[in-house]
Design a binder for this molecule. Sequence first.
Ligand code: MRU
Length: 355
Amino acid sequence: MIKSVEWTGKSLRIIDQTEIPRQLVYRELTTIEEVFEAIQKLKVRGAPAIGIAAAFGLYLGMKNGDYQDKADFLLQAHSRSDYLAKARPTAVNLKWALGILLDKISGQPEKPAQLIDRLLELSLILLKDDQERCNKIGSHGSHLIHNGMVILTHCNTGALATAGIGTALGILHTARQMSKNFEVMVDETRPLLQGARLTMWELQQLGIPSTLITDNMAAYAMQLNKIDLVLVGADRITANGDVANKIGTYNLAVISRFHGVPFYVAAPLSSFDLNLTDGNQIPVEERAREEITHIWQKLSITIPEAQCWNPAFDITPADLITGIVTDRGILNPPFNDSIKRLNFKKYQTQEVLSL
Ligand code: MRU
């Protein structure tokens, strides 16, 4: 199976996703600065994967430091965590993973050397935890997939975006393993083409028939009754069920409602941010203008002086969402009630809670 993030024993090995599908290149990251750069440049991307990468990044940033005592260690850990959290602001998994590490080490009486070991131990737990969450999302969501369906997806939510089989794509992976026969229509996902480059590549490896379209073809495909279900991921879900996800997700939700196509979001509980009441409070990352003035950083497609706006995510209001597939089951509207009923603990990982 594809391993987008992996601990080698001395480095964080990632698949450089900016090279896919041209070539499969691994990078060995050994410093916090390399991890920051890999997250910011989307070498490692997808909400769960960047959370895991950040956790190892914090460990790498702390492991060779000189600390007077525990208080000094914690001070420096918080400052390095703040630095990593700035690499990408929208996916809450980054803050979630770093928050677990900081919370756990602050409550323990160990010496700095032991706390360093603890950071690594926790990072490894988070990696395994994400794999398990993906498997659970896959098995809950597989009930939505039936023979003969055509499912439209956006961006990349597969093994590349997580430490496991993926979220929305993990559902398709699981359904395929159950020998269900279906097809996938893949939005190219302008401007960085995660759909065309990454999702098409993953679906080919899974042996799932897939058809690439440009983002602006989805409405017409629905008008022609070519789509039975839309399945996307999430970077942050607020207490009322609003969802931040890759730019273009909101378009899909609007046209799905218009055409009566079910619109499902798949995400682990590590992507929920219950400190926020609604999607207006989510920080939306704006990225460099060159991502839209050029095709894949090479071919210029507009006038050099073009004024640009490049939000990397949008917010889909909860009332356009049919259901949210989580590792704890499928949530139905009204989402503020179904999310409350999850009895959400701040850091929902059994292994971490019991440490
Ligand atoms: O900018 P990206 O490529 O990191 O955006 C990724 C997405 O929007 C995914 O849909 C989301 O992170 C879910 S990944 C399981």
